[in-house]
Design a protein around this ligand. Structure first.
Ligand code: GLN
Length: 319
């Protein structure tokens, strides 16, 4: 077993869980009206090791929309289909040092990286125009959802139409980013911007729960092979790139501090979800809607900090 004394490990997870539960800091995201309805008390943690050991505690079967947690996944699909060179002809690898939805491009007039909104919208344009260009919008939606589902080992994956509609109705900034990138000729030729934005909002409104999302994280931890189904979903080369950028850019403006303190690739979303990857060991999903001022789940970040205080999971712990 990859974690020899799994029961004992789970006792610690439980202890961290209860410690973080009493943390009542943060505010539920409200700029997408439908998200503001989330109960701030929700708190769940699920663990899935690369040899398939599972542990869950709290609100682990309640569905939530993935939001920015889909950014590393769509990036992974793009790499798989187009290769690193093509993808990074359109988007950089540098932390932006700015808000996730800031109206800014890098000095090459490209989005800074695929983990912020501009980069993720651009990735959506690549998936939609270059990959399987014969597919209709509906087929692309199914194709992506099926991909996410395979990453999650066939476990819960849904789509929240009211969150999709709600976000699309209040997405002035994302549209501004979309147009700004068109003005700067960021997209592949023939990109239909309206369809690209719809596809981006649809990805954000895909739903999972802690349990299924921990399997996605475990698939990333396991070099792209789902530990539950043993299906090879992504290539190790793609995973390497995904984890590199999660490590440097996955936690918004806290990415540098998170890399320093926790030292693990992770990605958060405004839903309060966090995909946390311990390479070659396990995937973790933390979910709790209240966010700190950077946009990360307060309980989720605290949980990760507790975890590496006790276990030597930090990238540079074992030197
Ligand atoms: N749907 C959200 C947006 O585009 C995703 C951002 C996030 O989770 N930080 O604004």
């Amino acid at each position: 077993f990859i974690i020899p004394d799994f029961q004992n490990f789970c006792k610690y997870i439980e202890e961290f869980y209860w410690k973080c539960k009493s943390n009542t800091e943060g505010k539920v995201a409200s700029y997408i009206p439908q998200l503001a309805r989330m109960n701030p008390d929700y708190w769940g943690v699920s663990v899935c090791t690369i040899d398939g050991q599972r542990f869950s505690i709290g609100d682990v079967t309640v569905p939530f929309t993935l939001q920015s947690c889909t950014k590393p996944l769509t990036y992974g699909i793009a790499l798989e289909q187009l290769g690193q060179e093509v993808v990074h002809g359109y988007v950089g690898q540098e932390p932006s040092g700015r808000n996730f939805n800031e109206l800014v491009l890098d000095y090459n007039k490209k989005p800074h990286n695929p983990m912020i909104n501009a980069g993720a919208i651009l990735i959506c344009s690549l998936l939609k125009t270059l990959v399987k260009s014969e597919l209709t919008l509906a087929e692309k939606f199914d194709y992506t959802m099926d991909y996410f589902k395979r990453l999650a080992g066939g476990e819960y994956l849904g789509f929240n139409n009211s969150v999709f509609l709600s976000e699309r109705e209040s997405a002035d900034r994302n549209y501004a980013l979309g147009f700004y990138m068109r003005e700067n000729k960021c997209y592949p030729e023939k990109t239909n911007l309206k369809e690209c934005m719809d596809f981006y909002f649809q990805c954000c409104a895909m739903e999972a729960n802690c349990e299924s999302m921990s399997v996605m994280a475990a698939t990333l931890a396991n070099g792209g092979i789902c530990p539950i189904t043993e299906e090879k979903v992504l290539k190790p080369d793609s995973i390497r790139d995904v984890l590199s950028l999660m490590h440097s850019c996955g936690m918004y403006d806290y990415s540098g501090q998170f890399a320093f303190k926790v030292g693990l690739p992770a990605k958060s979303g405004v839903c309060g979800g966090m995909l946390v990857v311990i390479p070659n060991t396990m995937g973790i999903c933390c979910w709790s809607p209240p966010l700190d001022h950077m946009g990360n789940s307060c309980r989720g970040v605290q949980f990760c900090e507790e975890l590496v205080r006790v276990f030597n999971f930090h990238r540079y712990d074992n030197l």
